[in-house]
Each structure stands twice: as C-alpha cells, then as structure tokens.
Design a protein around this ligand. Structure first.
Ligand code: C5J
Length: 227
C-alpha cells in the first residue's frame, strides 16, 4: 500500500483503480487583468503566483501518466445556460456576457475563457466546460471518470473557496476520495483559502485530505514504483 503524506492523516493511493488530477478554471478570466476576477474588484496577482506550482503539479502528473482534466467556467454565447440569479449577482463594472478587455466575460470561446498558455491542456487531456461553480453540475466529467475507473481525485486550481471547494464537495458526495493540493490552489482572499483547507480536512477529513505538491509527487513516485 502506498500513501501521500497528507492532513488529517495519510491518503491511501488506489490499488486496482485510478487517480486523476482536476485543475479548476485556470483561465484568463480569473487570472488576467481585465477578466471577470478583476472586474469584480479582485487582485489577480494572488492567483498568478501559484501558476509555477500548478505547472509543476501538472508536469509531475503527466510524468506518472495520471489522467488530467481541466475545467473552464463559461456560458453559451446566448447565456441560455446562465441562471438569472448568477447574472444578477457577482456584478462589477461589467458582468457575465458583457464585452471587456478579454472579450465577452465568462462566455465559452472568448479569449478570456481560454486556459492560460502556461497551463494549456496537452493532447489526451480532457477540457470540461462548466456552467456552474462545481465541475460535476451539467457536465460529462463523471462519465469520463467512470470510463477511466477513477476513484481518487487530486484537485487544484482557482478559486479555493468557490469552484474548487464546490467541486470537491460534489465529488465527495459521489464517493470520490478527494485531496486538495494546498499550494496549487488560491483565492483572492487569503483567509478564505485557509478556512477552506481547514474545513475540508476537519472532523477526520469530512470532505477529504490536503497535501502540498511535493507530498503529492513523492506519494505518486512511490505508487508508480510499486504499481
Ligand atoms: C468564481 C471560480 N470565483 N472558478 N469561479 O466565480 O472559482
């Protein structure tokens, strides 16, 4: 049996099933100036700071042949998949569907919706467009996971307390063993990130585990050596 050194206790790697990496919403709309994150008044610099770590995690997972999924939050151009409640809230000087510096905000196919070039999906990796905060809502993510016999998920990306946390909770309720990669996720609010890490692993790992990128890659190295 192999483990990732994690909190609140060791995370056991699967024996006869797979582990996958899900990188949430590392798209220009959240990370670049003029995108959705910034028009809501946030400092995108907090998020760009983790890009090298997410890249290292991605490259490590690629080296160990871990299946990789990238998500991008976005809506159809006619916004037919965007609930009125979502349009009404989260308004800055511009809102979802408006034209900004990176094209129409949070609309699929627009420049702002692209994954940032440093972390762009490689051939064979799956891109999951998602209309909600969680990656399971109204997407075919679960179908892909079942097809690949995935039972364990490493979760990274932005923002920790919104799309990352929602996805981890959705996955937990579906029976996946979830580990949130501490230094490969970030929030516009330092205290929200910290609180999310703590609440995921509280009460004996009520939603799952957390570990650093180094701990994850070390665990995967021994897992692959055994497997
Ligand atoms: C937000 C996300 N924050 N990816 N989306 O609206 O967390």
């Amino acid at each position: 049996m192999t483990f990732i050194a994690a909190q609140p206790y060791e995370y056991e790697l699967p024996i006869d099933s797979e582990i996958a990496l899900i990188v949430i919403d590392m798209q220009r709309d959240f990370l670049e100036s003029g995108g959705f994150g910034e028009v809501l008044g946030n400092d995108v610099g907090r998020l760009t700071a983790i890009v090298p770590t997410v890249k290292r995690l991605l490259e490590g997972c690629r080296a160990f042949n871990v299946p990789i999924f990238h998500t991008q939050e976005g809506h159809q151009p006619d916004l037919s998949d965007c609930p009125k409640s979502k349009l009404k809230r989260g308004r800055g000087e511009l809102t979802i569907g408006d034209s900004g510096k990176l094209g129409r905000i949070l609309v699929l196919g627009e420049p702002g919706n692209e994954i940032i070039p440093e972390l762009a999906p490689m051939p064979g990796e799956v891109l999951i467009p998602k209309p909600g905060k969680g990656a399971f809502y109204n997407t075919d993510l679960e179908m892909h996971l079942i097809a690949r016999n995935v039972t364990h998920l490493l979760i990274a990306g932005v923002t920790t307390e919104v799309c990352v946390q929602t996805t981890m909770r959705e996955a937990n309720d579906r029976g996946y063993e979830c580990l949130l990669v501490e230094d490969a996720t970030e929030s516009y609010f330092a205290e929200f990130k910290q609180a999310t890490l703590e609440m995921m692993r509280a009460q004996g790992g009520i939603v799952g585990w957390t570990a650093t990128t180094d701990q994850v890659l070390e665990g995967l190295r021994s897992w692959k050596a055994v497997g």
